[in-house]
Design a protein around this ligand. Structure first.
Ligand code: FMN
Length: 182
């Protein structure tokens, strides 16, 4: 499976791999601005349409947004987190082949940072079932590459039931995680 612009070997466990966005640095070489940092256990990306951001707001829990501009210094996570992201326009070069370009470039830039890859613990996908087998594909791709589970999938901005299920699921997930041996 490929992540479009992914370089093989990206894995949270080893931290050895690297996702590659051509012409972009993972840090702040493009700008003198410092990288924003977060201790939130939920990190999300939302595009200008903002549906995923609206879902994140419904959760009423601390969360941090990956910058919209790919040229902006990316977010740095300081604690383990779950990643929430939409899928955008994955296309397969041939029928049956893995789709490329499904993971937003901003998220690839965020995951290019080794410490961000090491801290990811799970992924939640936002999408639209009209896209058939590409529904929430970005979450599946990140799950496979970073070796973390897909915790949930929902459509567009999600329903209040989705939000309640995710909130309860995250509580249980983090309780379980904290009991794991280091
Ligand atoms: C150009 C385009 C391509 C999309 N491709 C997919 C796709 O391949 N799979 C999917 O599940 N959703 C796809 N979607 C739906 C978005 O993931 C969905 O609308 C999501 O809620 C957008 O979140 P955002 O507003 O936070 O960016 C696509 C939407 C657009 C506009």
């Amino acid at each position: 499976m490929t992540l479009g612009t992914v370089i093989p070997g990206a894995g949270a466990a080893s931290g050895s791999g690297r996702l590659h966005v051509p012409g972009r640095s993972a840090g702040n070489a493009d700008s003198p601005e410092p990288n924003p940092v977060t201790d939130a256990d939920l990190v999300y990306f939302t595009s200008a349409s903002g549906y995923t951001g609206r879902f994140a707001a419904k959760l009423n829990r601390p969360s941090a947004r990956i910058p919209l501009l790919t040229s902006a210094p990316t977010l740095l996570a300081r604690r383990p987190y779950v990643l929430l992201l939409p899928t955008y326009g994955g296309t397969a070069a041939q029928p049956g082949a893995a789709a490329k370009g499904a993971v937003p470039k901003q998220v690839i830039k965020f995951l290019n940072v080794e410490s961000n890859r090491e801290l990811i613990r799970g992924v939640i996908g936002a999408g639209n079932t009209n896209f058939g087998e590409n529904y929430c594909l970005a979450a599946d791709i990140i799950s496979a590459k970073c070796k973390v589970p897909v915790l949930y999938r929902f459509e567009l901005m999600g329903t209040s039931e989705d939000a309640a299920t995710v909130n309860q699921g995250l509580e249980e997930f983090w309780t379980h995680q904290s009991r794991k041996p280091a």
